[in-house]
Design a protein around this ligand. Structure first.
Ligand SMILES: Cc1cc2nc3c(=O)[nH]c(=O)nc-3n(C[C@H](O)[C@H](O)[C@H](O)COP(=O)(O)OP(=O)(O)OC[C@H]3O[C@@H](n4cnc5c(N)ncnc54)[C@H](O)[C@@H]3O)c2cc1C
Length: 476
């Protein structure tokens, strides 16, 4: 049995509840009747005190596994009344405690995963926030349709990526995932269930997309759909010079000849991070023409021998990380700490900011992780809270390291390095993409949001007046 103690702003333990049976009954009268379950067992609380980073561990008092949106509304209202902090959790792939809530309530969104209906003429699909992007892709591809933008890893929840932005190699064409949402259903911090869009409660809509869960819990999102290609041609082009690699990425996103552009940096035989691989993907029919190598590769300055490509189905391309992730899980690397660095760097400073960071890296710093560059076009990014630089081209520069979890000195070293790297990026007019592990203060957040800060602050006061939502981001 579970009891809530308003004075302590916490749920009483099972032992307390047993000792104070009569009082517990009275307290329980306040907890709403639920279609789902409120969990307080050790396994559920421990799972909610961990995430993909395995660095931060904050234990909630309870976990809601909702049976309905009504449950989310009821429990958020209850928590709002008693000033209990709340955080929604999708796949728990944030790496630095962003979905954790000490002494509060974690709301799992995985049960809210309905998709559809969708048909061959659909221009949008409405999905539950807990649906994974892989599930959305499968459901829409059955009708030849697809959301236009995917993250590299597609087992993330829709609500989770829409709360951060959702960037992929298609972003230079279509913006971020948040730029492809036409409507949301949101439970505000006051426990109000609200439908919002660019024209209906736009202040809430713009405060929730890339809003890091601060003003509302997304329970449903309506996503734009476009025709999907059947197959794609995926090129890997090798460079031996960082500036040339970045210039070619810039050229490709500005002339738009490819549907997807990203790139990786790997270590050479001496352990120096100076092998650059540009990844570019051309969609085939019916979403694009049959790929023509000569036209697609014209004018690029990769090393002459450094061209390789494969043709694959569109879904296999979207799901390309599945075999690697299976291997990482099998080898135990998924359990490693992930002190991730994700920087948004202005195009003109990208080489200047990233080169010293790459020079300072050792293979041990990265471990079984990756280093990525995503070139982004400013004109395609329209969501106010998704912060980049004001330059026409920016780069998302990621050092996604993995460290043995018991090597706390190494983790602390990476966190300190992340902080310095953020400061170098900020000095050059950049910021972070907030999906990583950078020690950040409320003052840093105000700088981060810049001109978008007043609207976010006002929306927070309106929609989460008691400040209960998502304390793990450390913003308010
Ligand atoms: C292997 C891997 C690959 C990745 N690749 C990419 C990539 O290519 N591009 C990219 O942009 N990102 C990428 N990410 C980052 C990822 O998009 C974010 O960490 C995302 O938030 C994770 O989704 P989740 O469902 O695990 O969210 P969680 O970790 O569960 O939650 C993240 C944050 O969002 C909040 N939140 C969760 N659900 C909701 C909701 N319904 N409403 C409001 N707030 C909510 C949580 O409270 C928390 O603060 C990657 C992460 C991993 C681990």
């Amino acid at each position: 049995m579970i009891g809530f103690d308003p004075a302590a702003r916490a749920w009483a333990s099972d032992a307390d509840a047993a000792a104070e049976a009569a009082e517990t009954d009275a307290r329980l009268a306040g907890i709403p009747r639920l279609d789902g379950t409120l969990l307080r067992d050790d396994a559920s609380l421990s799972a909610a005190s961990d995430d993909y980073g395995h660095i931060v561990h904050q234990r909630p008092a309870a976990v809601l596994r909702p049976g309905s949106v009504r449950d989310v509304v009821a429990m958020v209202r209850f928590c709002n009344e008693h000033c209990v902090p709340v955080a929604p959790r999708g796949q728990g792939h944030a790496p630095f405690g962003q979905a954790q809530v000490p002494g509060g309530l974690v709301i799992e969104t995985t049960p809210l995963a309905a998709i559809g209906p969708v048909g061959p003429d659909s221009t949008t699909v409405t999905v539950g926030a807990g649906a994974r992007w892989s599930e959305v892709a499968r459901a829409t591809l059955a009708h030849g349709l697809t959301p236009p933008v995917f993250t590299d890893y597609i087992e993330l929840s829709v609500g989770g990526t829409l709360s951060v932005g959702g960037l992929g190699g298609q972003t230079h064409r279509h913006g971020a995932q948040v730029d492809n949402v036409t409507e949301l259903r949101v439970v505000t911090g006051a426990g109000e269930l609200v439908r919002c869009s660019p024209t209906r409660r736009p202040d809430l809509f713009h405060a929730v997309l890339a809003g890091l869960g601060q003003c509302g819990i997304i329970v449903e999102a309506t996503l734009r759909l476009v025709p999907a290609p059947a197959n794609v041609r995926h090129y890997h082009l090798t460079y031996d010079d960082l500036a040339t690699f970045l210039d070619d990425q810039r050229l490709l996103v500005q002339d738009g000849r490819f549907d997807y552009v990203e790139g990786q940096v790997t270590a050479d035989a001496a352990g120096a991070f100076r092998v650059y691989t540009l990844e570019a993907v051309a969609y085939g029919p019916p979403a694009g023409p049959a790929p023509d190598d000569a036209t697609l590769l014209r004018g690029l300055r990769h090393t002459p021998s450094g061209v390789r490509y494969e043709d694959r189905s569109y879904f296999d391309f979207l799901d390309r990380l599945a075999p690697l992730v299976a291997m990482l899980k099998e080898a135990g690397f998924w359990r490693y700490a992930h002190p991730w660095l994700n920087l948004m760097v202005p195009g003109t400073s990208a080489a200047g900011v990233s080169a010293p960071l790459l020079d300072a890296l050792t293979p041990a710093d990265v471990g079984p992780g990756v280093i990525l560059f995503y070139p982004l076009l400013r004109e395609r990014l329209t969501t106010p809270l998704l912060r980049t630089s004001d330059e026409p081209v920016s780069y998302l520069f990621d050092i996604l390291g993995a460290t043995p979890p018991d090597d706390t000195a190494a983790v602390d070293g990476r966190l300190a390095a992340n902080r310095s790297a953020y400061e170098a990026a900020a000095a050059a007019g950049g910021t972070q993409y907030p999906v990583g592990s950078i020690p950040f203060t409320p003052a840093d957040w105000r700088t981060h949001f810049g001109p978008a800060w007043p609207a976010l602050k006002a929306a927070k006061q309106t929609y989460d007046p008691r400040g209960i939502l998502v304390p793990g981001q450390g913003i308010f």
